[in-house]
Design a protein around this ligand. Structure first.
Ligand code: DAH
Length: 359
């Protein structure tokens, strides 16, 4: 009678073969295959043993052998793969660069605006995004129930009303910084403030987001006149949009300025001409129109000489002091500079990296 073999003995032999393979060095893939899986290889030699396994253990012995065969095949493949990996390290190949982030385009614009105004003596301010009605409207010469307030689609906070300061609102513009800055400096001139902050309005479509940013300039001193305002606007136009960019002011109405103005900047793509060619003799229809501005100018925001009532609200005597103010949106200022015709401004706040990585 032939000598029988137990499952335990078979297990031992299997693990011997496995560790032998794992220790192999120097044999090629083909050699390993012959040694372990070839006709006379270690696997086939072992497989013959099945004849010596008890009848009732034959099934598990077969499964164990199958598992061993898979192990041998897979391990030989893996060893080959590792060998090729090592062989093909190319030290001259450029490495994989780690991803580097950058500031959001709107933050970049705010930084640049701050630097431009700091160079001519303005101080950067930040005032609250949630403020009293008094600072957002009333101190800016907009008494309660004044129809001018309707232009600002205001969010109100559900909170108790203060007798003097009124309701609490999400700031609809950065103009709330005007009287706050006058108070911060104890109504002492000179004031040269650039306030940049978030604003909120109940408006959302392709050209508006409910949250957006504005920057607000305020200058108060003795003898400040409209020429100082115009000079400041021209300076900003050139610094932000490039040499040669001009500003233009047009009459308008705001409650907090008198006179009030709307501000345009000349288009830096067509140099304010409205056309991309120099063929001035041709009729307008035949010329290559600038698609970016259509008229040579871009409307950007509001400005004016600070209204006497606003100066009074901030503790200044309007008989002695005068001032100018201006304010408008950071998003629009930025997209104009880049020549971006973003068809949906909400993209800026979508958090979509594919969009943001372009800037
Ligand atoms: N606060 C105004 C708005 O949001 C913009 C503005 C106009 C600001 C005139 C000013 C100004 O400082 O003088 O539409």
């Amino acid at each position: 009678m032939t000598e029988m073999i137990s499952i335990e003995q078979l297990e031992l032999k299997i693990s011997d073969i496995k560790s032998q393979l794992e220790k192999e060095e120097g044999l090629s893939k083909a050699d390993l295959q012959i040694k372990y899986l070839g006709k006379k290889g270690l696997f086939n030699e072992l497989a013959k043993i099945i004849a010596k396994v008890n009848y009732q253990d034959k099934k598990s012995a077969g499964q164990m052998l199958n598992e061993l065969k898979n192990f041998l095949n897979e391990t030989i493949e893996k060893m080959e793969l590792q060998k090729t990996k090592v062989k093909w390290i190319d030290l001259t190949q450029p490495g994989i660069k780690p991803k580097v982030g950058h500031m959001h385009p709107v933050s970049q614009a705010m930084e640049e605006i701050t630097r431009i105004f700091e160079r001519i003596g303005f101080t950067r301010a930040r005032y609250q995004e949630i403020d009293w009605d008094w600072y957002v409207f009333e101190s800016l010469n907009m008494p309660k129930s004044h129809p001018a307030r309707d232009e600002w689609e205001t969010f109100f906070i559900d909170a108790p009303t203060d007798k003097k300061l009124g309701k609490i609102v999400l700031t609809t513009h950065t103009s709330n910084g005007q009287v706050r800055e006058m108070e911060r400096l104890n109504s002492k001139a000179p004031i040269r403030m650039i306030n940049i902050g978030r604003c909120y309005r109940r408006q959302q479509d392709t050209t508006h987001t409910q949250m957006f940013h504005q920057f607000e300039g305020l200058v108060i001193d003795k003898g400040i006149n409209i020429q100082h305002l115009k000079g400041t606007l021209d300076y900003f136009a050139q610094e932000f949009y490039g040499p040669g960019t001009k500003s233009r002011i047009r009459p308008f109405h705001f409650q907090f300025t008198e006179p009030s103005l709307e501000v345009d900047f000349s288009c830096h793509i067509c140099n304010g001409t409205g056309f991309l060619d120099n063929e001035v003799k041709k009729s307008q229809d035949q010329r290559n129109k600038c698609k970016f501005c259509k008229s040579g100018w871009h409307e950007v925001g509001g400005a004016g000489m600070v209204h006497p009532n606003v100066l009074k609200a901030g503790g200044f005597n309007p008989e002695v002091y005068t001032g100018f103010a201006f304010g408008w949106g950071v998003e629009r200022t930025y997209t104009l500079k880049e020549g971006l015709n973003i068809d949906d401004i909400r993209l800026l706040y979508s958090g979509d990296l594919k969009f943001l990585e372009q800037f």
